[in-house]
Design a protein. Structure first.
Length: 324
């Protein structure tokens, strides 16, 4: 009997110590706030604007909208907004989506004549019962909301289009500003996540083509209990795999942001490994979890992303990649 009592006491003490050690380990895990991460080198400028809001207690939602608007308004970024490369008909058509910590989201696709599609997407989220508006309906809504109609085809992009018309070949060139969406994820001081994604889409695309950027789950997804993910590259590949949603689900099951991005890139590679499209395919993901840990992974070298935290100054990082 004494022996049994001793075993029981030992078990209780062991369980208590194990519990205490486990709690201790959890407490040691560093939680980082605030964080902003965005795709490509135009993400550096975008991060600056977003960070200004975050560091002063602003919301992640406001930060991602303000951040990506810098690329939309810059005519020298020929893959987003004003000055974006046109489609085969010479028309600049824009796609964008935005998502907040409550899983509210808004999206516009095939939108013309509006410089800031991300802000129209936010209006769709906040002012309508819908998630997505497209084409003429999206334009009508934007004008009703007070957005200004303007010609987005700059002289520089027009000349590039005219040069393309000489041969009219549609074959994306990897990492050469042909489908370099800006995607941004942010974690604010309150521990809330938001994300945004905006693009003029693949250069010289068919009239009416829509990629992954305005599609929740493909170009952008988040769960405020887990993390957020966003994509860049050839949108069809992200749509086929619900790429960003899959990255978030893998983080839910314990994968780090980088490992989650890597697994989805591996899935995409498996789909395309025997297809002629693989020759010019590039895809990349960024991810940010609830603890402020971030990561990225892409198919080929050349993709980079910008990140800023309180301990990391705004910097560009080359993503790890699969195909050497």
């Amino acid at each position: 009997m004494r022996f049994l009592k001793a075993i029981l006491i030992f078990s209780v003490i062991f369980s208590f110590n194990a519990c205490e050690n486990s709690t201790s380990k959890k407490e040691k895990k560093q939680i980082i706030k605030s964080v902003v991460i965005s795709t490509w080198n135009h993400g550096l400028v975008a991060n600056e604007s977003a960070w200004e809001l975050l560091i002063n207690g602003g919301s992640a939602l406001d930060a991602v909208e303000v951040g990506v608007k810098t690329a939309e308004a810059n005519p020298n970024v020929q893959t987003v907004g004003l000055g974006g490369f046109p489609d085969r008909e010479g028309k600049v058509t824009l796609d964008a989506c935005i998502m907040d910590q409550n899983n509210n989201c808004g999206s516009v696709a095939f939108l013309q004549h509006i410089k800031h599609p991300i802000s129209v997407a936010r209006k769709v989220m906040e002012e309508t019962p819908h998630v997505m508006l497209v084409g003429e309906g999206a334009l009508q809504f934007a004008l009703e909301q007070g957005f200004e109609k303007e010609d987005l085809l700059t002289e520089k992009s027009k000349k590039a289009y005219e040069a393309w018309l000489v041969n009219s070949n549609y074959k994306p060139i990897i990492n050469i500003e042909n489908h370099d969406t800006i995607s941004m994820l942010a974690l604010d001081e309150n521990g809330n996540l938001s994300g945004a994604c905006t693009t003029s889409g693949a250069s010289w695309k068919m009239y009416g083509r829509v990629g992954d950027s305005p599609i929740i789950g493909a170009g952008l997804f988040l769960d405020n209990e887990v993390g957020a993910a966003a994509a860049t590259g050839m949108g069809e590949a992200m749509i086929k795999t619900a790429g960003s949603a899959m990255v978030v689900e893998l983080m839910r099951h314990g994968k780090s942001p980088e490992a989650a991005c890597k697994e989805v890139v591996e899935r995409i590679y498996k789909i395309y490994q025997n297809a002629p499209d693989l020759e010019w395919l590039q895809v990349g993901f960024i991810a940010l979890n609830k603890n402020g840990e971030y990561g990225s992974y892409c198919l080929r070298p050349g993709f980079n992303y910008a990140v800023q935290t309180k301990s990391i100054e705004n910097q560009l990082i080359d993503a790890k990649y699969k195909i050497k």
